[in-house]
Design a protein around this ligand. Structure first.
Ligand code: KG4
Ligand code: ZN
Length: 377
């Protein structure tokens, strides 16, 4: 068969996304419609609003992805859609649309786990660069607004197999970024703003010890490797305590009021509203999160004798995180790969790419499946 063109659809959270990828390796289009302006006033994603915005965006986003790829509804070979994990109502918009397309066009439908999508974003990125060789086992850190997971991946006859060896016990790392940004009146989403502001502060100014990023062991067997679990709710509380102790409340309220007029405040809008103490706090927070992600991931890589490291998900777009992982992995002789920034955050190209091995294996979905908000990988 010639190249298989797969239309991917992703609506698990607050981005309505569609993309066309040829044979899991050639990106033909990648359209992402963000709902940031809708959720910005609330400092986080509001599920009901997310579903409504997906309903509005899904048809134009899919049409644009097809047209940018030079394809049509008739010309694609299969439709792939995110089944979970994610917000049930948001997932259902993509799933219902994908099912209707598959039925009307008589094309196979493939379901994809969102986390596997993030992992395949790295592979797609490498294939775009002409790198087709990956040494297994791969250790994949999926770090986003909803997830902080470590997976050991191996190659099977049809696609990859995954073993979860670490996860967050409470908040995801991206959630910590978003909550700290909300707490400090910096706007939503917090990740990109904190990323841009952190270099302006002294990351040694505020000490967040391991006590703030600790977790209780799950107390289960060694195979479960509890040592690689994460916890990010403590650091958020520590930031809150620091703010109270240092009487930063009035400054935060003033900043919030000053930024309220921006639909989507940019770092250059936020910077003039921040004093040095705030910038130091932001830098110290980021350093603590990056240090923790790095040390646990590298410990897991050693324990599992990983041959390759993948770092993916929205937080993988973070500049300090990328530099820290690149430096440490190079020191340990471990190849580390990231997606480009546009493939790090939620997108549908990763869904179309992850669907390709299933397409080859004819692993198609039947019409009865539904959204799985807590789908495991
Ligand atoms: O992968 P993603 O788009 O959605 C989920 O699957 O959750 O990740 C979104 C998360 C948000 O929490 C956002 O604040 C964070 O990724 N994020 C970042 C950066 N860009 C996005 N965190 C740190 N640094 C960034 N540059
Ligand atoms: Zn995601």
């Amino acid at each position: 068969m010639s190249e298989a063109r797969i239309l991917g659809i992703e609506t698990s959270c607050d981005e309505t996304a569609a993309a066309v990828v040829a044979s899991g390796e050639r990106l033909l289009s990648n359209v992402v419609s963000s709902q940031i302006a809708t959720h910005q006033p609330y400092g986080g994603v509001v599920p009901e609003l997310a579903s409504r915005e997906h309903l509005r965006a899904i048809v134009p986003v899919v049409r644009q992805a097809l047209s940018e790829a030079g394809e049509s509804y008739q010309s694609v070979d299969a439709i792939a859609v995110t089944q979970g994990p994610g917000l049930a109502g948001a997932l259902l918009v993509g799933i219902s649309f994908a099912k209707a397309l598959s039925f009307a066009l008589n094309k196979p439908l493939i379901t994809v786990n969102h986390l596997e999508g993030h992992i395949h974003a790295v592979l797609l990125e490498e294939k775009q660069k002409g790198n087709f060789r990956v040494e297994f086992p791969v250790l994949a850190l999926v770090v986003s607004g909803g997830h902080t997971h470590l997976f050991i991946a191996d190659e099977q006859q049809h696609g990859w197999s995954y073993r979860n060896i670490g996860r967050t016990r409470d908040d995801a790392a991206g959630e910590a970024y978003d909550k700290v940004a909300k707490l400090l009146g910096l706007g939503y989403p917090g990740g990109p703003i904190i990323d841009a502001l952190a270099p302006r502060g002294n990351s040694h100014a505020v000490r967040f010890g391991p006590a703030q990023i600790k977790h209780r062991n799950r107390g289960v067997s060694h195979e479960d490797q509890t040592a690689f679990d994460f916890s990010f709710s403590g650091i958020k509380t520590a930031v809150l305590r620091y703010v109270q102790l240092e009487n930063m409340g009035a400054d935060i309220e003033a900043r919030r009021a000053a930024l309220a007029s921006f639909a989507k405040p940019r770092p250059q809008d936020v910077l003039p509203q921040c004093d040095q103490k705030t910038l130091d706090l932001i830098a110290s927070f980021q350093r603590a999160v990056v240090d923790d992600l790095l040390s646990k991931t590298m410990a897991a890589a050693r324990a599992c004798e990983a041959r390759t490291l993948f770092v993916t998900g929205g937080v993988a777009a973070n500049s300090e995180l990328r530099q820290a992982f690149e430096a440490r992995a190079a020191g340990e002789g471990l190849p580390v790969f990231f997606p480009s920034r546009r493939l790090s955050t939620d997108n549908a190209a990763m869904i179309a790419a992850a669907a390709y091995p299933k397409f080859l294996a004819k692993d198609f979905a039947d019409a009865a499946f539904s959204a799985e908000a807590s789908l495991a990988l």
